[in-house]
Design a protein around this ligand. Structure first.
Ligand code: ATP
Length: 346
């Protein structure tokens, strides 16, 4: 059975200017021991989805659908059960550790807190465990006495990882865990996460805008655009042979380690992500899509099978299904391959 199953999950923020549909109809599965990367540009709904998984969203967010963790729906759990599940079954590493840690509490107290709250350790046991956890994440045990401001950004992120590990969860959700770090430290923290999840057999959901980082860390990828998953599948295949033009643009936007040619021309995607309150009609990506067809402006496309274990929401995956947009614009049976970007069209 899957460790985590999302069924038609939607999140809408209620704001003074109206409803913001931040996540729309997301269905995903995560098997035990698997790592899933969730990619997308800023504003695509990644963090909202991650926070929804443990009901950490503000009160003005309405979440619908099903979020089944070990078969139990997180959305309908009572508060007592939810408190038990947080940290112990699933824990979170937030982006920007300097904001997530309490600046006036020593590290020891912050890492020990989940252990004490869950009653899994006495204060003396918790102190010993904190030292062990710090050593597991590559910090000396004496750092337990430090305050967050006495640590570097990379060290603080290691502390966040130690906290996430404290109650031996089955799932860690890491939201842009290395965004604020320089490249060398980023590589160290990613290597640390990779080795810890393998060693402790922990499942991982990692959020990032960087598809190349996710492809190097995760078994599967889900690419989000305007609150929807537009493509999912095995990491290597999505990264190297994207079926959705948006995933293709994302994968082309980052150089690949070991491929000097990919560094020469990091390619950006033209235009801006849409405002969720004013989404384009039809396929939300069509105004920026280099291979859109006239019908894409009127027809929203569902996720279709796009190969072994793969899905993509693009008419080019099943071109025969698109309806004609109007007189003279018939596109039935038209097959247009998704164009890979070339040097000329960048
Ligand atoms: N508390 C909130 N109230 C209203 N709208 C919000 C709130 N939080 C997020 N949003 C909106 O929801 C959409 C998705 O935001 P979210 O932060 O989930 O995206 P993201 O992909 O994680 O972006 P980033 O990579 O910048 O963190 C955005 O349009 C954002 O403006």
């Amino acid at each position: 059975m899957s460790l985590l199953q999302l069924r038609d999950v939607a999140v809408t923020y209620r704001t003074a200017s109206g409803e913001v549909p931040a996540v729309r109809g997301v269905s995903l599965d995560l098997a035990a021991g698997q790592a899933l990367g969730v990619a997308g540009e800023s504003g695509s709904g990644k963090s909202t989805l991650a926070m929804a998984l443990l009901r950490l969203l503000p009160r003005d967010a309405r979440v619908t659908g099903e979020i089944l963790l070990d078969g139990e729906d997180v959305l309908t759990m009572n508060w007592g059960r939810l408190r038990a599940v947080r940290w112990a079954s699933a824990s979170m590493v937030f982006q920007g550790a300097q904001h997530a840690l309490n600046p006036v509490q020593r590290i020891e107290r912050q890492i020990a807190e989940p252990l004490l709250v869950h009653g899994t350790a006495t204060p003396a046991e918790a102190r010993r465990k904190v030292g062990e956890l710090l050593e597991q994440v590559g910090l000396p045990a004496w750092r337990a006495r430090s305050y967050p401001h006495e640590l570097s950004g990379g060290q603080r992120q290691r502390v966040m990882i130690a906290m996430a590990l404290a109650c031996s969860p089955r799932l860690i959700i890491a939201d842009e865990p290395t965004t604020a770090l320089d490249v060398m430290i980023q590589a160290q923290v990613l290597a640390l996460i990779r080795s810890l999840i393998a060693e402790h057999d922990i499942s991982l959901i990692m959020i990032s805008h960087d598809l190349s980082v996710l492809a190097s860390m995760c078994d599967r990828l889900a690419v989000m655009y305007a609150g929807r998953v537009v493509e999912s599948g095995p990491s290597r295949e999505v990264f190297q042979d994207a079926r959705h033009p948006y995933s293709l643009a994302l994968s082309a936007a980052f150089p690949t380690v070991g491929d000097p040619a990919s560094r020469r021309a990091p390619r950006g995607l033209g235009g801006d992500p849409p405002d969720p309150m004013h989404l384009p009609t039809g396929c939300s990506f069509h105004p920026r899509c280099p291979v859109s067809l006239p019908g894409c402006a009127s027809q929203e496309v569902e996720l279709w099978a796009a190969g072994e274990g793969r899905t993509a929401a693009c008419v080019h995956v099943r071109p025969e299904t698109i309806q004609p947009a109007g007189p003279g614009e018939g596109m039935e049976k038209q097959s247009v391959p998704v164009a890979r970007p070339t040097e000329e069209n960048q």
